[in-house]
Design a protein around this ligand. Structure first.
Ligand code: NAD
Ligand code: TYD
Length: 349
């Protein structure tokens, strides 16, 4: 194997697509997926690659420093792509400390372990921290987040990710640890856990349940197909400049209400329902506290410096995504049984 690459959070939504991208594209890399399998981690996301000879799974919790160091000493990774996190804003509002533990302490444990095993020679090594545009806070009606926008997080989730970003930069500036960061906009696609807006609405449309829209529905997000995020991570991991951050996005802004209406339109067509049927499920509910009005990524840097462009339009990506959920109802039923029901009741009733 030419390189050992640790990917954390590889059983989650984005992580599973990154693992697949690397396992299939780089047969000479050994990909080690470290994941503790929280409610959001699901090995079924990786069924198709789990038996590949260049893939290993290690069930471990990144909040445990000794465990992380032990695994790093065993596998001696040349690179780390760090995605493991608590990732849902609404959960961060009810349990902020969990977000500090995983997103902040977990990240620092990984930085320490990398520093420890690479201390003799940082040459050819790289720690890639996968972060979010939410660290920049909120935009008004106009403007974009660039890599120079000041951090201004508002939710416990975004505050924990901002803190982890600061630690990653601090380890570069203080110890010379070779790092890159990517700050990506909202992802959507197959394997997305149905607590987030798009898969939650797909699941509810299939079950004739209300589609809960927070506040007035005019909150705006910039959506990127998950495989295009995985491609961007691959590009920045291999070709990004040491110490730099890259914003990742597709210039694809949607107000929540318009997005849900487009989703309803596509679902009606695919399910053979009269156009307008699913939209009748739209229900305005109380707003999320600290709700950021608008996110929009300026992706000029990654485009100009690394030649990155998304590969699908939103309409195509959404259509592929809906098709995936329609042909994977077993996956959806599995992840929405058990604890999900309690979460859903507490959050929406
Ligand atoms: P996810 O919640 O679907 O998956 C997170 C994964 O991390 C799960 O497999 C979970 O089991 C694992 N994990 C959680 N705590 C862990 C711990 N203590 N030890 C080991 N593993 C642990 O998240 P996602 O949406 O795939 O996001 C992945 C990363 O990308 C996160 O860092 C997130 O901040 C970032 N990101 C997400 C989005 C998005 O739209 N989802 C956008 C930009 C950036
Ligand atoms: P979400 O998918 O949770 O991602 P994020 O908060 O990280 O952007 O939410 C996307 C948008 O959809 C956000 O403005 C909140 C809104 N939203 C709803 O209106 N209803 C819902 O049930 C959920 C989960 C989100």
């Amino acid at each position: 194997m030419s390189k050992n690459i640790v990917i954390t959070g590889g059983a989650g939504f984005i992580g599973s697509h990154v693992v697949r991208e690397f396992v299939l594209k780089y047969p000479d890399y050994h990909i080690i997926n470290i994941d503790t399998l929280t409610y959001a981690g699901n090995l079924a996301n990786l069924n198709d690659v789990e038996n590949h000879p260049n893939y290993s799974f290690v069930k471990a919790d990144i909040t445990e420093a000794d465990t992380v160091l032990k695994i790093f000493k065993q596998y001696m990774p040349d690179g780390v792509i760090h995605l493991a996190a608590e990732s849902h804003v609404d959960r961060s509002i009810s349990d902020p400390i969990l977000f500090v533990m995983t997103n902040v302490i977990g990240t620092v444990n990984l930085l320490n372990a990398s520093r420890e095993i690479w201390k003799d020679d940082f040459g050819g090594k790289r720690f890639h921290h996968v972060s979010t545009d939410e660290v920049y806070g909120t935009l008004g009606e106009t403007g974009f987040f660039t890599e120079h926008t000041a951090y201004d997080p508002h939710s416990p989730y975004s505050a924990s990710k901002a803190s982890s970003d600061h630690f990653v930069r601090a380890y570069h500036d203080t110890y010379g640890l070779p790092i890159v960061l990517t700050n990506c906009s909202n992802n959507y696609g197959p394997n997305h856990f149905p607590e987030k807006l798009i898969p939650l609405c797909i699941h509810n449309i299939l079950n004739d349940k209300p589609l809960p829209i927070y506040g007035n529905g005019k909150f705006t997000r910039d959506w990127l197909y998950v495989i295009d995020h995985a491609r961007a991570i691959d590009l920045v991991f291999h070709e990004g400049t040491d110490g730099e951050a890259y914003n990742v996005g597709g210039f694809n802004e949607w107000k929540n209400i318009d997005l849900v209406k487009e989703l309803c339109r596509q679902m009606d067509t695919k399910l053979g329902r009269l156009n307008g049927t699913s939209a009748q499920l739209i229900t305005f509910v109380g707003d999320r506290p600290g709700h950021d009005l608008r996110y929009a990524i300026d992706a000029t840097k990654i485009n100009k410096e690394l030649g990155y462009n998304p590969s699908v339009t939103f309409e195509e990506g959404l259509s592929i995504t809906i098709d995936w959920y329609l042909s994977n109802e077993g996956w959806l039923n599995d992840v929405t049984s058990g604890d999900y029901q309690n979460y859903y009741r507490n959050q929406y009733q």
